[in-house]
Ligand binder design. Structure first.
Ligand SMILES: *Cc1c(COP(=O)(O)O)cnc(C)c1O
Length: 383
């Protein structure tokens, strides 16, 4: 008698697609190791299952922004190399050392904190010195590099650290031909050469993110750090679509219609009445809103597939819901609305949503809220 109602909404995460993407990226950088970047809950895809799937497909490193994320991987029992790079004074260096993390160091303050923690634990810390080769964000400026390198070598001599890596990050790798790319490569080579001449023996030198992995073989060095491409999303429209890059989107965002009703012509829809029905029609209520990461900027623009037909959001996206004008479509409550996915069934992609909302697809998937359950599919490795 009783039927389980479909859930309000869910993000299906296809781990087989993620593994295939990791293999495709490894094939693009065959000489380098691959770091699966799983920061920010794996760009909204669920950190631990994605980390395991990436490892199963041959990622030998995992990368996170914060130490708390890296420690959460260890707490889940994940082994292998784990690196994190966004440290703030007072962060858990000691726990990082005990958890065998590789820790990014961008300045002297961090070196001071990590060596103090290493003295307390009695174990050397694995650190990776980050150079600011032109991004102008985290990392050590070329002018300050000799001092940081010298201090790191002193700490190595004292036995409190081991410098396992030298690394940097691109500013414009998603804009092929941008002059900053060649400039950053030059500065990186110089800063690495300086550190090595002074006596640093890094295990890995690395610079490439997803766009550089896909387009710049000379940037691969010993390790590539891939995030967005691993989730099957093109880093930018300029590089082509995910299909053109040989990638498959991992996340499908679906919801069940919460209400379907007839309304007369001239009826305003959602806050502000920015949409008004032109004739008698059927409205469908999609129970997802900006609290779930549906961009309010996509009001009146966001695409979706309902019952096999493409539609556009009618009026404003509210906190928990938005409306779609289904025209004459015959459909009932509980019918599936596909917001984005790989596109196989005619549904839009995260890239389409990025365009509709005037943002990047990174933001579309990463901002899907915690109220949307992640359902991980194809967890068992296919190899
Ligand atoms: C997020 C991040 C990456 C991954 O970037 P993608 O463009 O998603 O591949 C690589 N390196 C660092 C330092 C990052 O912060």
């Amino acid at each position: 008698m009783s039927q389980t109602p479909p859930p309000r909404a869910r993000a299906e995460i296809d781990l087989a697609a993620l593994r295939a993407n990791v293999r495709a990226l490894r094939a693009r950088a065959p000489q380098a190791a691959l770091m699966a970047v799983v920061k920010s809950d794996a760009y909204g895809h669920g950190m631990v299952p994605c980390a395991r799937a990436a490892q199963a497909a041959g990622a030998t490193w995992l990368g996170t922004a914060t130490p708390q994320e890296a420690l959460a991987l260890r707490a889940a029992g994940i082994q292998g190399r784990v690196m994190c790079w966004l440290w703030t004074p007072g962060d858990p260096w000691r726990e990082g050392i005990e958890a065998d993390l590789d820790m990014g160091v961008s300045g002297l303050w961090a070196l001071t904190e990590v060596t103090a923690a290493a003295r307390e634990t009695g174990r050397p810390a694995r650190i990776q010195l980050k150079a600011d080769t032109g991004l102008g964000r985290n990392g050590c400026q070329p002018a300050d590099w000799p001092e940081l390198v010298a201090a790191a070598l002193d700490a190595e001599a004292e036995g409190t650290v081991k410098v396992t890596g030298l690394w940097s990050h691109f500013a414009c790798a998603d804009e092929p031909g941008h002059p900053s790319i060649a400039a950053q490569l030059d500065v990186f080579r110089e800063m690495v050469a300086y550190a090595e001449k002074e006596g640093v023996e890094p295990e890995v030198r690395h610079l490439a993110n997803s766009p550089a992995t896909l387009t710049l073989p000379e940037s691969h060095f010993d390790l590539v750090r891939t995030g967005i491409a691993m989730y099957g999303i093109s880093p930018s429209p300029e590089l082509g679509t995910h299909e053109e890059l040989g990638l498959r989107p991992v996340m499908t965002l679906a919801a069940s219609l919460a209400l379907v009703k007839q309304v007369p012509a001239g009826h305003g829809v959602s806050y502000g009445h920015h949409y008004v029905t032109s004739h008698e029609t059927t409205l469908g209520l999609v129970p997802l809103g900006y609290a779930d990461g549906i961009p309010r900027h996509a009001s009146g623009r966001g695409p979706l597939l309902v019952g096999g037909e493409r539609h556009t959001i009618a009026g404003r996206v509210a906190m928990d819901q938005f409306v779609v004008d289904l025209g004459g479509q015959k459909i009932h409550e509980g019918a599936e609305a596909l917001l984005f996915g790989p596109g196989d069934r005619g549904e839009p992609t995260a890239e389409d949503w990025a365009e509709a909302a005037g943002t990047i697809a990174y933001e579309i998937v990463t901002r899907i809220g915690t109220r949307v359950p992640r359902v991980h599919l194809n967890e068992d490795s296919d190899e």
